[in-house]
Design a protein around this ligand. Structure first.
Ligand code: ZN
Length: 293
């Protein structure tokens, strides 16, 4: 069986793995994201050090963004306008491909995670679906007819606009837009609005109903725009178990019976689901990118 390399580039840590799927990871490492030079060299060294025992045929990279996915662009494979210090304009895919002399697959972390859920997780057989993560930020990846959605750049679903709750005086924390979806509903927004760590808010705190309302508004926009067959929603904030049922009910309320699809209206528990792949989803997405080359 062919083995592939996967690199998940996160803002706080990198994960590198060698394998062919969730039940076949033969080697894996995680290390802190520091400077681009040091971090990318550590990633390349991991694959070199395993080269004698495991031959890999391609590497996939799932990266925080924004990233350049346009193959005709001079900066294809670069991280572009990230606010993360030092990482603006870094050639990630080109560096890894040159150093390892291997073909490299390249996409956003959320598109890659969507691909992994499609390959091995809760979206097997669904060619059009959306993956959303709600954590320190909010991001979304989409598979449309089996392909990760690109376009002008790539979707930035976390930054869509949603109606503000009239009783919510919190201005939002997005440095670009203030009260976009991410600005109103990411983990840091919950902490700032209520001046408490989200994990310390009790289940019956009004924070969760407000959170669900904002997320449901975001999901309704996604349903109206992309018509996904399923929405997989994960990330640290979604680990709060009271939230998912509230989001499902909120989505039905916001759609207001306009979208008449049985998979949604008759089975909302199967329409909005948690991811299957857990903490390994990102690096598995990277492996799935390599597998598709
Ligand atoms: Zn924003």
């Amino acid at each position: 069986m062919s083995l592939f390399g996967g690199i998940e580039c996160g803002g706080t840590s990198f994960v590198c793995a060698i394998g062919s799927g969730p039940t076949d990871i033969v080697s894996e490492t995680r290390f802190a994201t520091t400077t681009p030079t040091e971090t990318l060299a550590t990633a390349v060294d991991f694959f070199r050090s395993k080269g004698s025992s495991h031959t890999i045929s391609a590497v996939g990279i799932a990266s925080f963004g924004p990233v350049d996915l346009d193959r005709s662009s001079a900066t294809y494979g670069y991280i572009t306008t990230t606010p993360k210090p030092g990482w603006d304009g870094v050639d990630v895919a080109g560096y890894v491909s040159r150093e390892l002399a291997l073909p490299v697959g390249w996409d956003t972390d959320v598109n890659a995670t969507a691909l992994a859920e499609h390959r091995w997780g809760h979206a097997v057989g669904l060619d059009t679906f959306v993956y959303i993560t709600v954590g320190t930020g909010i991001g979304g990846g989409a598979l449309l007819e089996g392909r990760p959605m690109h376009g002008l750049v790539h979707p930035e679903m976390g930054h869509m606009r949603v109606p503000r709750d009239p009783n919510d005086g919190y201005p939002g924390c997005c440095p670009y837009h203030g009260d976009c979806l991410e600005g109103l509903a990411c983990g840091p927004a919950i902490r700032q609005r209520w001046d408490t760590l989200p994990e310390e808010l009790p289940d019956d705190h009004p924070a969760w109903e407000l959170e669900a309302r904002y997320l449901a508004a975001g999901l309704a926009n996604i349903v109206f725009t992309l018509s996904p067959r399923r929405i997989v929603i994960g990330g640290g904030v979604m680990r709060r178990s009271v939230l998912l049922p509230l989001v499902r009910q909120g989505l039905l309320a916001q759609l207001a019976n306009y979208v008449q699809a049985s998979a949604l209206v008759d089975d909302i528990e199967s329409y909005v689901v948690q991811p299957a792949l857990g903490d390994r989803a990102g690096v598995l997405g990277a492996i799935a990118l390599a597998e598709r080359l």
